[in-house]
Design a protein around this ligand. Structure first.
Ligand code: MG
Ligand code: MG
Length: 245
């Protein structure tokens, strides 16, 4: 779907709120802080900016952000988990302004992290930007996944298959999906005004996953680390415009 100039303006505003949630939660990350406290910090930003949460009550999800430490890939529920020195934590945030959605995630180290953990974070972020660079008019959508996969696998890591990026607009998750790997077909041609959430989930070991009994938390099958980065980006005649930065 192609968004009008006015719609893109609203999505830009929603993206700015999500960027502010990132900034606020990043500043709050330190050993001893609970993931519930990170959620509270993000909720304060939503209130301050008059934004609604797209995460809260999404299929019953109980919080405004997802917090996924270490071998948790995505969809972690904020709660009593206490951040420890050496953890890595993925924080996924979303906001709605005037009916339009923003969605973005980052992974940060808590205090000092291992060289391997830092490399996983850096490669995952780099793979996201390689994917975003493909969002140009006339290109085919699944070049995104090809670019992400190339960066991740060249570094010796694996790309999660079961969870993917998505188009976004008046709903958080719109069609089409955006795999972070080459799915075997080139996909739709990109046109001005299309908006996507590009969100590689990259694992240290196997890409296989399972879900905890809470029905949400997605884990790596081998208990090795996972990182996640995401931005909401429009295809424009000036190239990709990142709304959530
Ligand atoms: Mg997200
Ligand atoms: Mg998303």
């Amino acid at each position: 779907m192609r968004r009008s100039f006015d719609e893109l303006a609203k999505m830009r505003k929603a993206g700015r709120v999500v960027a502010e949630m990132h900034e606020a939660t990043r500043h709050a990350i330190r050993p001893g802080v609970t993931t519930r406290q990170l959620n509270d910090v993000a909720a304060d930003v939503l209130v301050k900016r008059g934004a609604r949460s797209n995460f809260l009550n999404y299929h019953g999800f109980p919080a405004v952000i997802c917090t996924s430490p270490n071998d948790m890939i995505v969809h972690g529920i904020p709660g009593d988990y206490v951040l420890e020195e050496g953890d890595i934590i993925s924080v996924d945030c979303g906001a709605i302004i005037e009916g339009y959605h923003g969605d973005a995630a980052y992974t940060a180290g808590v205090g000092e992290v291992s060289a391997l953990a830092q490399r996983l974070i850096d490669v995952t972020e780099r793979s996201m930007w390689a994917g975003i660079d493909q969002l140009v008019i006339g290109n085919r959508l699944h070049e995104v996944g090809r670019a992400v996969q190339y960066v991740a696998e060249a570094a010796g890591f694996s790309v999660v298959r079961e969870y993917v990026g998505h188009a976004i607009g008046t709903a958080m998750h719109e069609s089409p999906q955006v795999p972070n790997y080459w799915p075997g077909t080139s996909g739709p041609t990109l046109k001005e005004g299309m908006v996507f959430a590009i969100e590689p989930m990259i694992n240290e070991g196997t890409y296989d996953t399972y879900v905890l009994e809470d029905g949400w938390s997605v884990m790596t099958q081998d208990a090795k680390l996972s990182a996640h980065f995401e931005h909401t980006i429009a295809v424009t005649d000036n190239g990709p415009e990142v709304f959530t930065i």
